[in-house]
Design a protein around this ligand. Structure first.
Ligand code: SF4
Length: 89
């Protein structure tokens, strides 16, 4: 999930704050791959990314951000895009 580490220039300080605490901020995507964007949303494929998220100190803020921005891709806050869509209904 490379996009989580990129910071848009118009971010507020609160947004920057939780991203600074995120577990994936310093993830070596080149060496370790991208567990936050698995090939499918099956439980087996998504489990590594979900497990990383559930140990992330920024998990709740990340999930709130993904829901607020209707993020349609990847695992955020420990949930796949399909799982997050259920929260919005
Ligand atoms: S909850 Fe997951 S996607 Fe969100 S910042 Fe943490 S590790 Fe990254």
């Amino acid at each position: 999930m490379a996009s989580i580490t990129r910071q848009a220039p118009n971010m507020t300080s609160d947004e920057l704050d939780w991203r600074q605490k995120s577990f994936c901020k310093d993830w070596d995507f080149k060496k370790k791959g991208d567990p936050w964007h698995p090939a499918s949303e099956s439980e087996i494929a998504a489990r590594p990314g979900k497990n990383l998220c559930w140990s992330c100190p920024a998990r709740e803020a990340c999930l709130a951000d993904a829901l607020a921005h209707n993020e349609k891709h990847g695992i955020r806050g420990g949930f796949t895009a399909t799982e997050r869509s259920r929260y919005r209904k």
